[in-house]
Structure formats: C-alpha cells, structure tokens
Design a protein around this ligand. Structure first.
Ligand SMILES: [Zn+2]
Length: 103
C-alpha cells in the first residue's frame, strides 16, 4: 500500500518509521492512552465520539520525522484522521501553529 503523494513529502527513514510505529503500538496499550481515548473527544474537531471511532494520530507524522511521544500523539476521529492525510505540508504547519495557540 503506497500513495505517491505521501511518498513525495516523506522525509524520515524507514527505520525511523518502523521504530516509532512500534512505540505507538506500545503506547496504545498504556493506561495513558486509555485515559486519552476514555475522554472520547477528538483533538482536532473537539466532537465527542465512541471509542471505536477514535484513532491515534501523530501531530507531526512519523514520515516527516515525528516521534511516538505523548506530546506528539493525540486522539483523532476517523474523519479528521483521513482528512489530515490529504493536507499539504503548508496546511499541516498552519495546524501545528494553531494548536500551539490554544494551549
Ligand atoms: Zn475529529
């Protein structure tokens, strides 16, 4: 499975992605993550969802050098998560700036 658009903006090495994906899997089993998903709120649209509608989202995608740290991982609903995959790098930058402002 590979989307050419995604590959075009890819900057991280496959080793990095593999390592961080493994970390994400571990975090998904942690009590911290269960707490996050237990709130049931999507980080991006702030709507309430049932647990099976929520996914783990990396603010900075692993493919762009992001890591699976608690700072970089948020709860996202499926619509937001798939929307984000279609955003350009510039859009993502904007979103990162915005999320900084609301803190
Ligand atoms: Zn959402």
């Amino acid at each position: 499975m590979s989307s050419s658009l995604y590959e075009a903006i890819e900057t991280a090495s496959p080793e990095h992605i593999k390592r961080e994906k493994a970390k994400a899997r571990e975090l998904r089993n942690s009590s911290w993550w269960k707490q996050q998903i237990g709130k049931g709120i999507c980080y991006h649209c702030e709507q309430k969802f049932s647990r099976d509608e929520l996914t783990m989202d990396h603010l900075i995608p692993l493919s762009r050098g992001g890591t699976s740290s608690k700072k970089n991982i948020v709860v996202a609903c499926k619509p937001c998560n798939s929307l984000k995959k279609n955003l350009t790098v510039a859009d993502l930058r904007l979103r990162e700036l915005k999320s900084g402002e609301t803190k």
